[in-house]
Write a protein that binds this ligand. Structure first.
Ligand code: TYD
Ligand code: MG
Length: 413
């Protein structure tokens, strides 16, 4: 029997010097899945509750079954509670995913008191509930999936997880609008919220923490879905640049960082004439507001006539770029599409663009440039204040976006 953490009633609470208080984050245990560990800052904490949200079909059940199998493989007892699929369906999937291990237990169950009985019987260290929307507490009259049921059942399970020192994972379906009654109402009662999404066509999946009590929320996990389930993406830059066609206008390669990881991503822009009073603008994987701002700067500070044109911009391969360091690359892709002059094959562009048209310094510049050099790029347009370049890369310093347009030779001839 493992010791369960002692729950002390508030009337007997004791104030202690802060350094004497146990730091639960030191109890982190690896899940055995590198990309999940990366996002969680090392792994799962006993007694913690993690909500895993994502659209139906994105791969939550697959990820959770692989995780349960991986923790079982290193000897932690795991219990997978399936509320949506039969036990034999889950077993069949576990076979394919290589998740069959002695310490992985499985039950198809949705009734809350029955689940609690299974926790007693199995005494697991890690529990997956798939999904919270299927849970039913018979003492309540409302239907499974209703806010009242989801909230009540999750509340009971959270208490049990804390009391027994179980690392609990709750799967929750979320629609694109994030509205579906359920997971959102749980965000404040759990320790960690993971969001799982991606681009279905490409099989790429992104895992992020939008809330995390035991570590940073800045890391992104990258996984690839294939017939054998989800595999970590070892060379994300290679993946994102795999389909790149060189010598075409409207494309720029940007060394971004996501969390702490450098990532080379191709951004594409297409500028087309418009008859509309308000021309269409579309941004996929990029921030719409940022695109609008860059178009205004190109018009007013660089003198390129884009305000009356339709502009489509996208990050290739299902990447999602939140990094302001991608500004200059996106702006040059727009300029290149407008003038028809492609950027050179061996060139990357990095820098945040200010409203004055200046190119601003960005974080982790060395990591970005080293990744560009590793991927075989030879030149980089960078903000003025950038220091030395890594071996194999020569840098072109641009104080302004206008200077960057000149250096990349994508201005009007
Ligand atoms: P699933 O994990 O069931 O999604 P969710 O639980 O989020 O609803 O997986 C959904 C899709 O993933 C399913 O349509 C098939 C695909 N898939 C694979 O491509 N490879 C695999 O090994 C598995 C298990 C699923
Ligand atoms: Mg599922």
């Amino acid at each position: 029997m493992r010791d369960s953490p002692v729950v002390v009633a508030s009337s007997t609470s004791v104030a202690r010097p802060i350094a004497d208080v146990a730091d639960e984050s030191t109890l982190i245990r690896s899940t055995g899945l590198v990309e999940v560990d990366r996002v969680l800052g090392g792994g799962l904490v006993p007694g913690s509750v993690t909500l895993v949200g994502g659209e139906p079909g994105i791969g939550k059940s697959t990820l959770m079954l692989q995780l349960a199998g991986a923790v079982a493989e290193v000897g932690q007892k795991a219990l997978y509670v399936s509320g949506e699929e039969s036990a034999s369906q889950v077993r069949g999937r576990a076979d394919r995913l290589g998740a069959l291990h002695d310490e992985l237990w499985l039950v198809a169950e949705t009734v809350l008191p029955h689940i609690l009985a299974h926790l007693d019987a199995v005494d697991p260290e890690v529990v997956v509930i798939d999904s919270v929307q299927t849970l039913l507490n018979p003492e309540m009259t409302s239907a499974p999936g209703s806010v009242a049921q989801v909230r009540e059942c999750a509340h009971v399970l959270v208490q049990e997880a804390k009391r027994r020192g179980i690392a609990l994972l709750l799967v929750g379906h979320v629609t694109k609008e994030g509205t579906l009654a359920g997971p959102r109402v749980l965000e404040h009662v759990v320790d960690t919220v993971l969001e799982f999404d991606g681009d279905r066509q490409h099989g790429l999946r992104l895992l992020r923490a939008s809330k995390h009590r035991f570590g940073p929320t800045s890391e992104v996990g990258l996984l690839q879905m294939d017939e054998m389930g989800l595999a970590p993406v070892d060379d994300p830059s290679g993946l994102f640049l795999a389909d790149r066609v060189t010598g075409v206008s409207g494309s720029a390669v940007v060394p971004t960082v996501d969390g702490n990881r450098p990532l080379l991503v191709e951004v594409q822009a297409l500028v087309a004439p418009s008859q509309l009073a308000t021309p269409r603008r579309s941004a996929q994987g990029l921030d719409q507001g940022r695109l609008a701002m860059l178009l205004a700067v190109l018009e007013r500070r660089v003198g390129l006539p884009v305000s009356n044109a339709e502009v489509y911009a996208l990050a290739v391969g299902g990447a999602r770029i939140l990094d302001p360091g991608a500004d200059a690359g996106l702006a040059l892709a727009v300029a290149s599409s407008l003038t028809g002059h492609p950027l050179a094959d061996d060139l990357v562009v990095v820098g945040e663009v200010g409203l004055g048209g200046e190119l601003r310094h960005v974080s982790h510049i060395n990591r970005r440039l080293s990744e560009a050099a590793r991927m075989g790029f030879r030149r980089a347009i960078v903000p003025h204040a950038t220091g030395e370049a890594p071996d194999g890369l020569s840098i072109l310093r641009a104080p302004t976006l206008a200077a960057a347009v000149q250096l990349a030779d994508v201005g009007p001839s």
